[in-house]
Each structure stands twice: as structure tokens, then as C-alpha cells.
Design a binder for this molecule. Structure first.
Ligand code: FAD
Length: 471
């Protein structure tokens, strides 16, 4: 394991003046919020949560049937959750990577791969068609090795992908050095089915498109309770109720409105730093003129990318679970994780020593034990949900939205017939076993990273059971 476990004292200076507003949300383009709901209304379709899941659901529902009444209701403001806080990697995979898809749905993986690619193409086409300015670029992503055993794992992945025409390209040290200069990077594997985006600008663009199509949006209107009443579901907010024929729940890692969801999801806090813009000489010292998305191949991994104004976003590594699905804005500021991230950044790029970070933030990921989304219905099919994206939902939420609409419209489609869609992850046990299991998994993951990827008995057992912990 190359990365330090204790940050050096010196790195504190680099993060001493950070803003804790997520970089993407600290943008003058942020739209003014729509007024809250203050009366009782009714609608054909109510969507709860205006992150990517809710926004795609609203847009696709309206585009398919402009006559359908669609209400989108948001506790805070659009993109305030994970959708405005993420790394902006838009991956084609809807299964949290090809390897995870292959290991869990080997019979369907070719279809899932094709559906994921079509999903990414549709996202790109929508951005172009609607003219959403969100710095969308299709540069691919490179997973990087810092130790030789990771190159062996990458080579194995190339072989696994061959029967499925999965396009992977191994990069040796020199090839990687021509992309990015770091003394600790020894090679990598490039995937071509991944793009980068400014996530908040994409979400705000989708929000505008929804409004243009007549979606009614209420912000600062938390739904506190859902109740089935005959043919309808009633959603309660502090100052008004909504009577809906159908409800799509798009609340991600937030405390769920259906109790049954809590057994499948744990909110896990992930953190990110943004640097100041690099000077031309700082940029030359690291290369990286191609704007590829990068991440390292360890189990506890970092993801990093550049922005259009020449900054570097550096996030990941720590994935922190709090007792009993702990959740709240107080958990978004974590100085210990910020220091560790900053230390790792300068280990990767010692030539940038002296560079400061301008933003440091955190957000919750809806981790489930199979790392990829799952769906379900409640209230006799009138409510549907899509969650469990586990840190790879920027692209997959659009596919999740399509499935929710299929379920709510009671439509049999290629999507709803998939085992991937029909099955659920294994549930997490209740507390205290939940915390104990997660702690043990995290410790074991650290051990694996420190011992050339070798998994201990606990991780092997979890793998056998199809249970896992990831971000
Ligand atoms: C730090 C971080 C980095 C990440 N990096 C990446 C990445 O690079 N690539 C990637 O693919 N994925 C990444 N992810 C994950 C990705 O951001 C999510 O999977 C995706 O944004 C989920 O979208 P969503 O709409 O389901 O959830 P959210 O964006 O969290 O939206 C849920 C919305 O529901 C609202 N809500 C909740 N409860 C209620 C209620 N009761 N009433 C009304 N509204 C409610 C919330 O206010 C929120 O706006 C990252 C996540 C984090 C936190």
C-alpha cells in the first residue's frame, strides 16, 4: 500500500482556507429556488427528490407523454444531494463496473453492458439536443496501478472482457507517463465508455428542461409521510398535501419514506477536495492535458479529474458509515478525511507541493450490498423506487428512472424482464451487527490493499454470500 495512513502536518496549510460548499454548487449559474408547496394539489405522477434520479424521471415522463401531470418535489434545492457533490464521472456501466456485473449477472452481462452504453449515448444526445452547457466531455477513464499486483488484476480484466468486446487498453508506465506524470503511478487500464461532466450544471439543465415542459417543481418542501388512500397515494409536506396516482421515490441515501428500504441501503460519506486553478507551469509538471478521468485501482480508491478552468478534483478513499444509518449535513465536513486526502494528493503529485485547495466537501452515497441499483414497488404498485447506486449513479440514474416509469405504468419491457431489475440486494443486518459487519469489512479492505490485494477469510465469505461494501 503506497498511500499514507497518517497525514503529514504540513498539508494542513493546503486546506486551511477551504470553502465547505461543494465546488459545483458554488456557481453563479445556480438557479433561484422555486417556492415551496403551500396548498393541497393533485397530480398524475409525483416524483420525490430532484437529484439526477428525480430529474430524469420527470423529463422522461413528460417527453413520453406531454399530457401527463408531473409534480417534482424537493426537500432542499435541485442537486443539493449527491447529484451536486460528485466527481462528475459519467460511466456507461449500470452495474458498478464490468467486473461486478460479470460476477453477479454473468448470463445478462452482455445485455447490461449494451443497455449501459445506450444509456450513456442517450445522456450525451439529450445534453446536445437540449443545449445543456455542462462541460460534458467523452475522454474515457484510466484506472491506475500504484503496485505491480494491480497491473496483474488489470490484465485479468482485459481477458475477462474479451468475449464481451469490452474495450480495455493496458498502459505501461511510459504510456501512462505520457498522460499523467506521477512518481507513484506505474501503469493503468483505459476504458473508453466513460465521460466527465459538471454535475450541478447538468442537473440544473435537466431542471430547466423539466420546467420548460411543464413539470411543476416545488423546492424546500420535504415530504414527511406517504399514505395510501384508495386509488391514490397522499404525500404530506409541512404546508400542503399532494394526492398522486403514481409516486416515484428518488431520495437516494436520504432517510427513506418507506421503512423497508432501510434494510437495503447504508448512507456512506465520501469526501472530495478541489484545488485552485493550476498555473501553466504547474500543469506542465504533471502533463494531463487530455482531461481523462482517473482513479486508482486499490480497493480503497481515489478518483481525480480536471475542470474546465484548470483545477483538479481529488476525492474518495475514506467511505464513512455512521451508526444506525446516521445522516445529516454535520457529517459533510470531515477535517480528518480532508487532511488525509490532501496528503495523498501530494504523494501522487509532489511536484505540486505549495498548491492550495479551495473547496472541501462531503456527501452521502447510497451503498447497497451489490453496489448497483435496485428497484421495487409499494402501495399496490402505485409507488416505485430506484436506489442503491453506490457511488456510480451519475449515468445509471437515467436507466433507473426508465425502470421506475416502466414499473409505474405496469409495462413489461426488456428492462423489467432482467434478473438485474427483478432481484434485490441482500439486506444489511440490523444494528449493532450492521456497524460491526461494515467495520470488519472496511478493516479487511485496508488489509487487502496493504497485502497486494489478498483477501482475508471475511472478504472471501462476503464474496461467496454476494455481500459487499464499496463506495
Ligand atoms: C462525494 C461523492 C462523489 C461521487 N462521485 C460520483 C461520480 O464521479 N460518478 C458517479 O457516477 N457517481 C458518483 N457519486 C454518486 C452519485 O452522485 C449518485 O449516485 C447520484 O447523484 C444519485 O442521484 P439521486 O438523484 O438518486 O440522489 P440525490 O442527488 O442525492 O438526490 C436525492 C434528492 O432527494 C431529496 N429528498 C430526500 N428525501 C426527501 C423528502 N423526504 N422529500 C423531498 N425530497 C427529498 C434530497 O434533498 C435530494 O435532493 C458520488 C457521490 C458522492 C456523495
Amino acid at each position: 500500500m503506497i498511500y499514507s495512513t497518517q497525514p503529514r502536518h504540513e498539508v494542513r496549510k493546503a486546506i486551511s482556507e477551504v470553502s465547505h460548499t461543494p465546488f459545483w454548487l458554488d456557481d453563479p449559474a445556480k438557479p433561484d429556488p422555486k417556492p415551496p408547496l403551500t396548498q393541497n394539489i393533485s397530480t398524475d405522477l409525483l416524483i420525490i427528490g430532484a437529484g439526477f434520479s428525480g430529474l430524469w424521471t420527470a423529463l422522461l415522463a413528460k417527453e413520453e407523454n406531454p399530457a401527463r401531470e408531473v409534480v417534482l418535489i424537493e426537500a432542499g434545492e435541485a442537486a443539493i444531494g449527491a447529484s451536486g457533490r460528485n466527481g462528475g464521472f459519467v460511466d456507461a456501466s449500470i452495474t458498478h463496473g464490468f467486473r461486478n456485473g460479470l460476477s453477479r449477472w454473468s448470463r445478462e452481462v452482455a445485455t447490461l453492458k449494451a443497455l449501459g452504453e445506450a444509456n450513456l449515448a442517450a445522456i450525451e444526445a439529450t445534453i446536445q439536443r437540449l443545449g445543456i452547457e455542462c462541460d460534458y466531455i467523452n475522454t474515457g477513464e484510466i484506472d491506475i496501478a500504484t503496485e505491480p499486483y494491480l497491473m496483474d488484476e488489470f490484465a485479468e480484466l482485459v481477458e475477462l472482457g474479451k468475449p464481451y468486446n469490452a474495450r480495455f487498453e493496458l498502459l505501461d508506465r511510459d504510456q501512462l507517463y505520457s498522460v499523467i506524470k506521477s512518481p507513484i503511478f506505474i501503469g493503468g487500464i483505459k476504458r473508453f465508455d466513460s465521460s466527465l461532466v459538471n454535475p450541478a450544471q447538468l442537473a440544473w439543465g435537466l431542471r430547466k428542461a423539466c420546467l420548460d415542459l411543464g413539470v411543476q417543481l416545488y423546492e424546500h418542501s420535504p415530504v414527511t409521510k406517504l399514505e395510501e388512500q384508495g386509488k391514490f397515494v397522499i404525500a404530506y409536506t409541512p404546508h400542503g398535501q399532494i394526492r398522486a396516482s403514481r409516486v416515484a421515490l428518488a431520495t437516494n441515501a436520504f432517510p427513506p419514506l418507506l421503512k423497508r428500504i432501510s434494510q437495503y441501503i447504508v448512507p456512506v460519506y465520501d469526501y472530495a477536495l478541489m484545488t485552485e486553478p493550476l498555473t501553466p507551469s504547474q500543469r506542465d509538471s504533471i502533463g494531463w492535458h487530455g482531461r481523462e478521468g482517473l482513479s486508482d485501482g486499490n480497493r480503497q480508491f481515489h478518483y481525480f479529474r480536471t475542470t474546465v478552468d484548470g483545477r483538479i478534483l481529488w476525492g474518495g478513499y475514506d467511505a464513512i458509515y455512521h451508526w444506525n444509518n446516521g445522516f445529516g449535513s454535520q457529517l459533510e465536513n470531515n477535517p480528518a478525511s480532508f487532511s488525509l486526502l490532501a496528503d495523498h494528493f501530494f504523494q501522487a503529485f509532489p511536484q505540486l507541493e505549495g498548491l492550495r485547495f479551495s473547496h472541501a466537501w462531503g456527501g452521502a452515497i447510497d451503498t447497497c450490498s451489490r453496489f448497483s441499483p435496485f428497484w421495487g414497488t409499494a402501495h399496490h404498485g402505485k409507488t416505485a423506487y430506484s436506489m442503491g447506486f453506490t457511488g456510480l449513479g451519475v449515468g445509471a440514474t437515467r436507466f433507473g428512472a426508465q425502470v421506475m416509469l416502466d414499473l409505474l405504468d405496469n409495462k413489461k419491457t426488456e428492462r423489467t424482464e432482467l434478473e438485474f431489475v427483478r432481484t434485490k440486494p441482500l439486506p444489511f443486518p440490523p444494528e449493532p451487527l450492521r456497524s460491526i459487519g461494515i467495520k470488519l469489512s472496511q478493516w479487511s479492505i485496508k488489509q487487502a490493499d496493504e497485502h497486494e490485494g489478498k483477501e482475508n477469510l471475511w472478504l472471501k465469505l462476503m464474496d461467496k454470500l454476494g455481500l459487499g461494501f464499496d463506495s
